[in-house]
Design a protein around this ligand. Structure first.
Ligand SMILES: NC(=O)c1ccc[n+]([C@@H]2O[C@H](COP(=O)([O-])OP(=O)(O)OC[C@H]3O[C@@H](n4cnc5c(N)ncnc54)[C@H](O)[C@@H]3O)[C@@H](O)[C@H]2O)c1
Length: 362
């Protein structure tokens, strides 16, 4: 049985408790930690977690966890992750994993030294439908990618951005680009990994906050495909929409926070009616979607535990995390400079290497 501990017992921590419950018999939560000791004790009592801590080194020494689930605000992620890796614990850290390519290099170096692995929460890659689409793409079933649309059009109130860390450059690393749209961009860039250049604009249109509340981008892919990206916190009718047009089919996913099989449609050109691709479809069996589990923290945790037990890297680690962070760095750099930014152009001498949004991080 793998011993896991939870660091940070705020809003998202409940999803991690549920994820551990989905993996019963393979992992157990033996302790939790929060700087707010009283909150941590209440959380532990509510969820049957045996021990509460308020100091990381004390927890690591006493519990010797195999896995640490990090659920603290973004600015604390790199320091906590590196410390856990140093003692040989694997880490599953909430998004965004860190605020710069420099920090990611620091995390990767700690992982290489210790042999432990850090993975970032990107739960939307882990639905059965998303994985099926990925297989179809890799098998060449859909033909060449041509045009994409990746939109996270959500709504957040001023009260949301009045919370200490939300919407701040240093604490949250940005607005909806780094906090909301990062989920959909990660899914899009997992399915179409070959982004080559981004040209973006960002603005703060309807909130009092440091960071942007909207960003838009045009992406050129090495394949020649073109994608538009929107990340918004000002859209009253909320929706997440991913649309990828290939030569042989349109793939669409429309949902809000987590994708399930019925949210996806695959429409071949000869059969324009989307209903041809419901689970069990017999007209286009290669493109029929499986009746498979929804995206969840639990699905990602199960794959991570498989990786621990099989001695391999989990899906969302290393370059699989770097791709999205480098994309976000390029998006912010382009929006600040008014110039397109090529993949690979952000090197260690660049301000956007030291901070994803170009603002100095403490
Ligand atoms: N994957 C998702 O769908 C999803 C959804 C929401 C939030 N998140 C991410 O989860 C993380 C946490 O968000 P939240 O909404 O739960 O935040 P929150 O503010 O509700 O909770 C954070 C908790 O961490 C504690 N904390 C702060 N610094 C700490 C430290 N250094 N050590 C220990 N505890 C510390 C705070 O006291 C608080 O209890 C963020 O990175 C956020 O982006 C992910």
């Amino acid at each position: 049985m793998n011993r896991a501990v939870l660091v940070g017992t705020g809003s998202i921590a409940r999803q991690h408790v549920a994820a551990v419950a989905e993996c019963t018999g393979r992992v157990e939560l033996v302790a939790a930690l929060d700087l707010d000791r009283a909150r941590c004790e209440t959380f532990c009592a509510q969820h049957g977690i045996p021990r509460a801590y308020d100091d990381l080194d004390t927890l690591l020494a006493a519990e010797r966890p195999d896995l640490v689930l990090i659920c603290t605000p973004p600015a604390s992620h790199t320091r906590l992750t590196v410390r856990c890796l140093e003692v040989g614990a694997w880490v599953l850290c909430e998004k965004p994993l860190c605020g710069s390519l420099a920090d990611l290099d620091q995390i990767d170096a700690a992982a290489r030294r210790s042999g432990a692995v850090c993975s970032s929460v990107v739960q939307n890659r882990f639905s059965g439908a998303a994985r099926h689409v990925k297989q179809l793409i890799e098998a060449g079933e859909l033909g060449r990618p041509l045009v994409g649309h990746c939109a996270t059009t959500w709504h957040r109130t001023q009260a949301y951005y009045d919370v200490a860390w939300h919407g701040r450059w240093q604490e949250a690393f940005g607005g909806p680009t780094m906090q909301l749209g990062i989920h959909t961009m990660d899914l899009f860039l997992w399915l179409w990994p070959d982004w080559a250049q981004v040209f973006a604009s960002a603005a703060t249109l309807d909130h009092r906050m440091e960071a942007e509340d909207v960003s838009v981008a045009v992406v050129h892919h090495a394949s020649g495909a073109l994608t538009t990206v929107v990340n918004s916190a000002v859209s009253p009718r909320q929706e997440t929409r991913l649309r990828l047009d290939f030569q042989h089919a349109t793939v669409e996913a429309v949902y809000l926070y987590r994708n399930t099989t019925p949210d996806w449609q695959i429409t071949p050109p000869a059969q324009a009616a989307p209903s041809t691709t419901v689970p069990g479809d017999t007209v286009a069996p290669r493109m029929a979607l499986p009746d498979a589990p929804a995206a969840s923290h639990g699905a990602q945790l199960a794959e991570l535990i498989d990786a621990m037990e099989q001695g391999r890297r989990p899906l969302a680690s290393g370059d699989e995390v770097r791709r999205t962070l480098e994309f976000c760095s390029a998006l912010y750099k382009s929006s600040s400079t008014g110039q397109p930014v090529r993949r690979g152009a952000i090197t260690p001498d660049d301000a956007y290497y030291r901070s994803v949004n170009g603002h100095p991080l403490t």
